[in-house]
Design a protein. Sequence first.
Length: 320
Amino acid sequence: MTYSPDQPIRTATPQPPTAGHRLSYDDRAWMLAKITFSNALLLIPTLGFYRFWAKTKLRRHFWSSVKLDGEALEYTGTAKELLIGFLIALAIFLPIIIVMQTLQFLASSDPGRYLALSGIVNGVSIITLLFLIYVAFFTARRYRMSRTLWRGIRGGLDGSAAVYALRCFGAAFLSAITLGIAAPYADMFSTRYIINKSRFGSQQFAAPNLSARPLMKPWLKVLLGFYVFIGVMVTIGVLSGLGARTGEPPEPSALFGFALLVGILSLMLLNFWYAVFRIRYIISQITYGPVRFASGITTKSVMWIGFLYLISFIVLMIIL
């Protein structure tokens, strides 16, 4: 099935799958490896310009690997559309960055005259950039939804990108003032908006019972692990630098390196575990009319995929 942006798309509501039908992913690892390797070979000589075509090829592969009722999804986006979107984003972001850099240069050359102005403008610019990043995330998701078809019926994302960005700002502020403790509440606040505004055909998705409460206990374990890691590293760093009091330069500590490696790996495992727990919970709360969803994804499977990607990257670097 082919698609043109000018082609009218049916908006009728697809019939919900009956009992016994399932959403599945056809894992064609060899095909993914082939696409990834060919993309890498073309990205390097084009200095990254091929990324729009590479991303489109990967999305078509992933979409076609997802099947509902035995029929695959279809991704109808094009590299040209991604390139145009990138140029629009560049035209918006580049002037802001140029202004920030210019004021920083002026402030360094004449602090008495430009320092206060630079601080004000840079503060406003950073807030503006964050706002635009949230807007870009929403519009990119809307684009992907609008280019997703199943049996000729298109997905969509309603709502306002500006409203979503403001919700994300509020969520980020809540997470910051609580030192990360309220991060699940902030996360669900913005996630709920995305889900409730998503649709397929004319039927909306919904998550009426989505709450942060089931995520709090797992998240606090991750957060505790992070703070323990920071505390241990600071303690080892201080102890390793005590030699500086006697006038001797502190020597790199083998214990510091070992603790850093173990800490990073442990935090990665904790984050894998929490990410899987989070996505399974979110999926279990999504409804589509009378349809409820469930996921059988496991931490082991996600870690295995991550390991394969790491090995593929190392092999590719060795070959090139």
